[in-house]
Design a protein around this ligand. Sequence first.
Ligand code: DX5
Ligand code: ZN
Length: 224
Amino acid sequence: MIELAPSILSADFARLGEQVRAACEGGANVIHVDIMDGHFVPNLTIGPPVVKSLRKVTDLPLDCHLMIENPDEFIPAFAEAGADWISVHQEACRHLNRTLHLIKSQDCMAGVVINPATPVEALAEVLDVVEYVLVMSVNPGFGGQKFIPSTLHKMRQLAEIRSQRGLTYRIEVDGGVGLDTVGDVVRAGAEILVAGNAVFGHGDPKKNTVELLRAATEAAALKV
Ligand code: DX5
Ligand code: ZN
């Protein structure tokens, strides 16, 4: 099943509740929350208090994408604030297995993320631990960047490994997903589609969500 996860990074933060509600009305399945610390990525965003406020606005799962160093220090605070899913970067974790188990111990779904320059092979030992794998299709840090097509093969590879090894993780994609690229990522095997600029960057978030979901569902139907 294809799910759309609007990223609030491109939303108007002064009208965050309203914008998230609009995306929900359009059929969003998950709300993607980008957490940046100015160290792991060259930008700063939000922390647990905003997650706590979002929790009051929607019942959809809150997917917290941690682009931070030392994520172990903050995972309990995000879980406490109401995160349902928490993902960490392979590149940011010295003890990745321990960090993923910490997420699970907080009753959250655990995800692992790889940057465009990181191969799927780096995840071999944790694919049976995670509930989802997030393939970055831009270098993380900013919304509205151009999709990097060379990341598509990693979605295909993850789908192949999953069936070979009989695993159950879901495949998520993040960065540059819009009407022009949604077909490609769905055909490559992505199932959870993060979209920031394409949902909140222009026009009506509700309408944008409906259109993106329609395009994604059409591509998925043709794939089978
Ligand atoms: C990038 C973030 C993304 C970002 C995607 O570092 O992880 O979630 O919001 O934005 P778009 O869809 O605009 O590329
Ligand atoms: Zn993200």
